[in-house]
Structure formats: structure tokens, C-alpha cells
Design a binder for this molecule. Structure first.
Ligand code: THU
Length: 129
């Protein structure tokens, strides 16, 4: 796998955020991920009048991952519509872990970090009987 183009991933995340449906929070969120076959998948948050039903950007991203060929997440960047770095919420860290595992890198304020540091002592598919 070639070098990860983090600037491209961040730019694609900001672009994805522009498609957000966020009339309730007002926070546009975009996520972009490099997949193990080299393609980039993206997602945006999609809120709902029934507030708790809103979808995070990472959730719609994994939907796109599955819909466009599956595979594994190698590197993930999340950004607001104005370009601020955002960390995936706790639930979304678990969602990323399902499709990226321990080695998947996540963009953080401290630079790209593996999921082993972003979701400590994770529960995952390997823990199921
Ligand atoms: N949000 C995401 O899309 N991803 C996260 O990891 C954190 C939060 C969205 C959910 C909601 O639409 C808005 O940000 C404010 O919480």
C-alpha cells in the first residue's frame, strides 16, 4: 500500500461534510477513509427530527464502504464543514474498529494514531465465540 495522503483524506472529509443534513445541531461532519484496495469512501452526518436517530458521518461512511465493494479501512479522517479536526465519538470508534481493526489509523490532534490507541482494549469480532 502506497503512502497515505492525509491531506487528500482531510479534504475529502471536509467536502463530504458539505452534504450533511444537520438542522438540529448545526454541525456539519464529514468522514473520509482510505480502503485497502486504494479507493476512498466518505460519509456525512444525517440527523433526524427524532433526535436520537441521527446518523454519524462514520456510520454513513461504512454504509458506503459496503455498498461500493467492501474491504477494510486503512486510514480515517473526520472534519467539520469548516475544516476543524473532529474525533469520532465513542460509538463511531467501535464502528471503525469493526471494519478497520487494530491497525487502522485515525487522524487526531496528535497526528495519525492506530485504533489500538484510539479505542483502548477494544471489544471486537475476535472476542465472539
Ligand atoms: N457526529 C458525527 O457525525 N460523528 C461523530 O463521531 C461525532 C458526532 C455528529 C452527530 C450529530 O449530527 C452532530 O455531529 C452533533 O453531535
Amino acid at each position: 500500500m502506497a503512502e497515505i495522503d492525509w491531506d487528500l483524506l482531510r479534504a475529502r472529509a471536509v467536502e463530504a461534510a458539505s452534504f450533511a443534513h444537520c438542522p438540529y445541531s448545526g454541525l456539519q461532519v464529514g468522514a473520509a477513509a482510505l480502503c485497502d484496495d486504494g479507493r476512498i469512501v466518505t460519509g456525512c452526518n444525517v440527523e433526524n427530527a427524532s433526535y436520537g436517530l441521527g446518523l454519524c458521518a462514520e456510520c454513513t461512511l461504512v454504509g458506503q464502504l459496503r455498498l461500493t465493494g467492501g474491504g477494510r479501512l486503512v486510514a480515517v479522517a473526520c472534519r467539520s464543514g469548516s475544516g476543524e479536526l473532529l474525533m469520532p465519538c465513542g460509538r463511531c470508534r467501535q464502528v471503525i474498529y469493526e471494519f478497520g481493526g487494530r491497525e487502522c489509523l485515525v487522524d487526531t490532534a496528535r497526528g495519525p494514531l492506530p485504533m489500538t490507541e484510539v479505542l483502548l482494549d477494544a471489544f471486537g469480532p475476535e472476542d465472539l465465540p
